[in-house]
Design a protein around this ligand. Sequence first.
Ligand code: PBG
Length: 321
Amino acid sequence: MRFRRLRQTEALRSLMSETRLAVTDLVLPVFVQDQSSGRSEINSLPDVYRYGLEDLFAYCEMLCESGIRALALFPVIKEDLKDKQAAEALNSEGLIPKVIRQLKKRFPELVIFADVALDPYSSDGHDGIVKAGKVLNDETVVQLAKMAVVLAESGADFVAPSDMMDGRVVAIRRALDQAGYIDTGIMSYAVKYASSFYGPFRDALQSEPKMGDKKTYQMDPANPREALKEALQDVQEGADILMIKPAGMYLDVVSQIKQRVHCPVAAYHVSGEYAMLKFAAEKGCFNYEDALYEKLLCIKRAGADMIFSYGALEMAEWLGR
Ligand code: PBG
């Protein structure tokens, strides 16, 4: 047997390829800030920016030209709008609802994933409401369900709870249905580990927790069985898509969930994973695009149907060459 027979040329290798990364697998996470135009750099996240409105529209033009069809929005909220209840999250005239309405007008085809979590709006920097040093579950869920309705009303295709409170998927599904948004989907961050690799994201949003960490709600990186329980529960509660996050170091989890759960699986190549590639490439460790391709391809191979990555646009350009 000579395995190398099938590896002789690029054409042969592509015929034998068992996994293909397509532009349509990619979702671009985008940071928006309340400004009419302009964009600002993020120290820990090279080549990623916080966008003001006009620049966001130009960026979305590029996105549509690249063949990518979906984006995930994250807001940078001014400090003076943050409070303990994260009240701004329910403001239907707030930044994200405004952005969604405008994007839907200009780019009706673009699929919009709107994040549901309180951290960008919370003066405590937690995904839920904090009282006496504790992140309250059920009080937070009430708030999240209202937030989801505001986002659906603005035109989001999917609401994406990334908070890891228990019972929020069913609460959100009920609230959406009662408000008449039966076609708005839920992508649940069903399996979200308490990871160091969210660092640059918190830098981008200035949303670092003011006290403690997120380990009472995000999962222990040691636990794959618990991931399965979380995933099955969210399917039962009515999630349309399950997200696993981070992606790269949790491929075993992606793979198991893909085998056991029959709904689309998303994986998030998170900010720290992206930044590592950028900084390592900058130092000459490898070619950035080659390394990114390998990383995203392997996430796909593990079972992800769609991949959220800050490198999505660069990857789309590279795939289209
Ligand atoms: C919080 C949220 C986080 C990310 C997405 N939503 C950070 C956190 O949990 O602190 C991280 C994404 C990334 O690192 O790219 N709701």
